[in-house]
Design a protein around this ligand. Structure first.
Ligand code: S3P
Length: 438
């Protein structure tokens, strides 16, 4: 599917962007392992979360819509307990969801049955040794396919071992896989992170009653999970709007002259909001209102308006806190005065697409002055953009970032392969049309 985006005169309105993908996937997995009925309010409904839902159903978990009041739909999941999952009768298909596949690898490593985790062609290209290696150190019998999916997991015949593991890369997916495997270990699992990454798994496991200790939260965190001796408690969580989806509208409002947008109910977990810090340093005007806590996560409403931006340098511990926001950050940088430099972001090469070489090439087609480096990119701005035919590379965040760039370009832009937004934000183009004033 192609999408044609015309320039915007300005942006106005209020949006509640769809719910958080990372939290929805984790809530489904942890609800499956808990005992009793978990309630997940306002879950995301997208390709990634459907993959997670299908996987937990294939393990015998009953998940159904919950007909309570509430403006947004809810799900109820009848958890089977740590030892109650059923052997799947076919490979578990994670579609394009790396989060589902990597977290399920941890969850399945200690089960008394065989399983296979697989994904579509895109997911099959993504690196999996980062999870299989530490899981093997825990005693899991798990085979990858040349470092990638499919993963074959053999029935565990004894408890997994506790492990102390220093993550070589800052990855919430790897950390989460090890913590979920730790539920089946005979001793604590200790994970050292090189920098803080999203901590939704820790928050949800704690809500389920698991003993989890985090030290030195702001520098290089160490997480200690003690294997539980009692069943996990069922969850009752409300999923906030996804900061990573709000990010496209935050940047759009910064860039389009005269824009003013309100984004409601946005998850503001500090391990996710690095983009806000970066944009504010660049001069963005973003106000947080009604800051509150919901389901163990900080949530607020954002008011964003147009502002002149200045180039900055981003690197170090800020990178994992905005790891999914670099495509849209690059778009912001094209309009900032001066040079913007991104360092320490080599992980961008192994996302849904190569977000260094691939995405940068597409942004250049719109006239951006952007060069890649070994571990990031350099942008010169401000640069007037011009409409062109660009390819989404089948990457949802590339598609949405290019759509925002198109709002400030001269002339129309054709996005080739725009339907990939279904991965996390199926209603993106509808929401965009809702706030654009032409
Ligand atoms: C995610 C973690 C990040 C992020 C991805 C979602 C998660 O990946 O890029 O979109 O839900 O844990 P890594 O763990 O590979 O950094």
């Amino acid at each position: 599917m192609n999408e044609i985006i015309s320039p915007a005169r300005t942006l106005r309105g209020v949006l509640r962007v769809p719910s958080d993908r990372s939290i929805t996937v984790r809530a489904l997995l942890i609800a499956a392992l808990a005992e009793g009925i978990s309630r997940i309010h306002a879950p995301l409904n997208s390709d990634d979360t459907e993959a997670a839902l299908n996987c937990v159903r294939a393990l015998g978990v009953d998940v159904a819509p919950l007909h309570d009041a509430g403006a947004l739909p809810s799900l109820q999941a009848r958890g089977l307990g740590l030892r109650g999952l059923r052997a799947p009768s076919a490979p578990l298909f994670c579609n394009a969801s790396g989060t589902t596949l990597r977290l399920m690898a941890g969850m399945l490593a200690g089960q008394p049955f065989d399983s296979v985790l697989d994904g579509n062609a895109q997911l099959r290209r993504r690196p999996m040794r980062r999870v299989t290696e530490p899981l093997r150190q825990m005693g899991a019998r798990i085979e990858d396919t040349d470092g990638c999916a499919p993963l074959r997991i053999h029935a565990a015949t004894q408890p997994l071992h506790g492990i102390t593991y220093a993550l070589p890369i800052a990855s919430a997916q790897v950390k989460s896989a090890l913590l979920l495997a730790g539920l089946y270990a005979d001793a604590p699992v200790v994970v050292h992170e090189p920098a803080p990454t999203r901590d939704h798994t820790e928050r949800l496991l704690r809500a389920a009653g698991v003993a989890l200790d985090v030290r030195a939260e702001d520098t290089t965190p160490t997480i200690v999970l003690t294997p539980p001796r009692v069943p996990l408690r069922a969850l009752d969580v409300r999923v906030p709007a996804d900061f990573s989806s709000a990010a496209f509208f935050i940047v759009a409002a910064c860039l389009v002259p005269g824009a003013r947008l309100r984004l409601a109910d946005v998850g503001l977990n500090p391990t996710r909001t690095g983009l806000l810090d970066a944009l504010r340093t660049m001069g963005a005007i973003v106000r947080i209102e009604n800051l509150r806590e919901e389901g163990g996560e900080p949530v607020g409403d954002l008011e964003v308006q147009h502002a002149e931006l200045r180039g900055i340098t981003v690197g170090g511990a800020l990178v994992p806190r905005m790891i999914d926001e670099f495509p849209i950050f690059a778009v912001a940088a094209t309009q900032a005065h001066g040079t913007t430099i991104v360092r320490n972001a080599e992980e961008l090469r192994v996302k849904e697409s190569n977000r260094l070489e691939g995405f940068v090439g597409e942004l250049r087609k719109l006239g951006a002055r952007i060069e890649t480096t070994a571990d990031g990119f350099i942008v010169e701005g401000p640069t007037p953009l011009r409409g062109a035919v660009v390819n989404t590379l089948d990457d949802h965040r590339v598609a949405m970032a290019l759509a925002v760039a198109a709002l400030i370009a001269q002339g129309d832009t054709t996005l080739v392969g725009a339907d990939c937004v279904r991965k996390t934000y199926p209603t993106f183009f509808h929401d965009l049309a809702h706030v654009v004033v032409r």
